[in-house]
Design a protein around this ligand. Structure first.
Ligand code: FES
Length: 103
């Protein structure tokens, strides 16, 4: 399924990169920009980023479930990952609202 129409990136390509990044360091925080950078791409309209965040969270949960990471470590990591993405989402909304008010 096509996730990013600006760069023609599918969900499978995104999942593959996320797994590669997790293989390098399974506890790193992965953000859409890091995924796109690994693919030598960059966000243009960034409208796909919320979907990429959902794919990052789902793929990371599946990755740790398959590797039998300890439950406490996974819960702590997933909590930090979701909080990080939620804070970024809120900051992005605030930025858009400020730009809208300024216009
Ligand atoms: S849809 Fe992905 S950058 Fe525009």
């Amino acid at each position: 399924m096509l996730v990013c129409s600006c760069n023609y990136i599918t969900d499978k390509e995104i999942r593959d990169v996320i797994v590669e990044l997790l293989d390098q360091d399974c506890w790193q925080l992965i953000v859409p920009a890091k995924v796109y950078h690994a693919m030598s791409k960059r966000g243009r309209c960034c409208g796909c980023f919320p979907n990429v965040v959902d794919i990052i969270i789902k793929t990371t949960e599946e990755y740790h479930a398959q590797r039998h990471s300890t439950t406490a470590d996974v819960i702590d990591y997933m909590s930090r990952l979701k909080q990080f993405h939620e804070e970024n989402r809120r900051a992005d909304i605030e930025r858009r609202q400020q730009r809208h008010r300024a216009a």
